[in-house]
Design a protein around this ligand. Structure first.
Ligand code: KIV
Length: 233
C-alpha cells in the first residue's frame, strides 16, 4: 500500500470517499492500524489518559509526544501520522515552531493543535515553513477547565456560528485538516460541506469526511466509554 499524503486525503474528499483515523501510541498497534488500511494515525495527547492514567490531557509533555511519535512512525508504512501538540506548547508562534519541529523530526507528517481564530498566525507560520497542520475545534480537551467539563459544544446558534467562523479562518490560514469533536451532527455536516479541506469528526455524527476514534475506546478498554463509540467487542 502506498503512503497516504495530504493530496490522497484531498482527492478522497473531492470524490466523496470517507477515510479513517485511529489513535495509536506504540509500534505494535501502529502496525496493526496501518496494515488494516487506516489512512491516518493520530498520536493523540489522549495518551495522557489512556496510557498514563491522568484525568485530562493537560499533563502530557512534548517529550512524551516525541517518544510516542517515534514509536508510531517506525511502524506506519501506509498511514499518514499526525502528532498532537500538547497543552501550552503552541501558546506563541515561536514556541509552536520549535515544538512542531521536534514532532516533525520525531517522524510526524503533520501536527495537530486545538483552537480557532487565535491560532491563525501560528498555522500560517508553520505551513509557510513546511509543517502541515490539522486544527481541532468543538470540544477541545486541553480547555476542559475553561469549559467546566467535557461537554458538547456548538449547541446554541451563537456557539455554532463561532465554530463555523473558526473553521473558515483556520482553512484560510492554511490548515490541511480539521478535527471537529462533540458538536451537533447538523453543524458538523454543514462545516464539512462548506470547507474544502477534509473534516474528521468524533462524536459529531456521520456527515463528516472522516471519523477518528481513540483506539482504547474502539477496543472497549476505556473506563468511561463515550456514548458515541460503537462497541465492536
Ligand atoms: O488526543 C486525541 O486522541 C484526540 C482525539 C480525541 C481527536 O485529540
Amino acid at each position: 500500500m502506498a503512503k497516504v499524503t495530504i493530496s490522497t486525503l484531498d482527492k478522497m474528499k473531492a470524490a466523496g470517499e470517507k477515510f479513517v483515523c485511529i489513535t495509536a501510541y506504540d509500534a505494535t498497534f501502529a502496525r496493526l492500524v496501518s496494515e488494516a488500511g487506516a489512512e491516518t494515525i493520530l498520536v493523540g495527547d489522549s495518551l495522557g489518559m489512556v496510557l498514563q492514567g491522568h484525568d485530562s490531557t493537560i499533563p502530557v509533555t512534548i517529550a512524551d509526544m516525541e517518544y510516542h511519535t517515534r514509536s508510531v512512525d517506525r511502524a506506519s508504512p501506509h498511514s499518514l501520522v499526525i502528532a498532537d501538540m500538547p497543552f501550552m506548547t503552541y501558546a506563541t508562534v515561536t514556541e509552536a515552531m520549535s515544538n512542531a519541529t521536534r514532532l516533525m523530526q520525531a517522524g510526524a507528517q503533520m501536527v495537530k493543535m486545538e483552537g480557532g481564530v487565535w491560532l491563525s498566525d501560528t498555522i500560517s507560520a508553520l505551513v509557510e515553513r513546511g509543517i502541515p497542520v490539522c486544527a481541532h475545534l468543538g470540544l477541545t480537551p486541553q480547555s476542559v477547565n475553561a469549559f467546566g467539563g467535557y461537554r458538547v459544544q456548538g449547541r446554541t446558534p451563537k456557539e455554532a456560528k463561532s465554530i463555523l467562523a473558526d473553521a473558515v479562518e483556520i482553512q484560510d490560514a492554511g490548515a490541511s485538516l480539521l478535527v471537529l469533536e462533540c458538536v451537533p451532527a447538523d453543524l458538523a455536516t454543514d462545516i464539512s460541506r462548506k470547507l474544502d479541506i477534509p473534516v474528521i469528526g468524533i462524536g459529531a455524527g456521520a456527515g463528516t469526511d472522516a471519523q477518528v476514534l481513540v483506539m482504547h475506546d474502539l477496543l472497549g478498554l476505556s473506563d468511561h466509554q463515550p456514548r458515541f463509540v460503537e462497541s465492536f467487542f
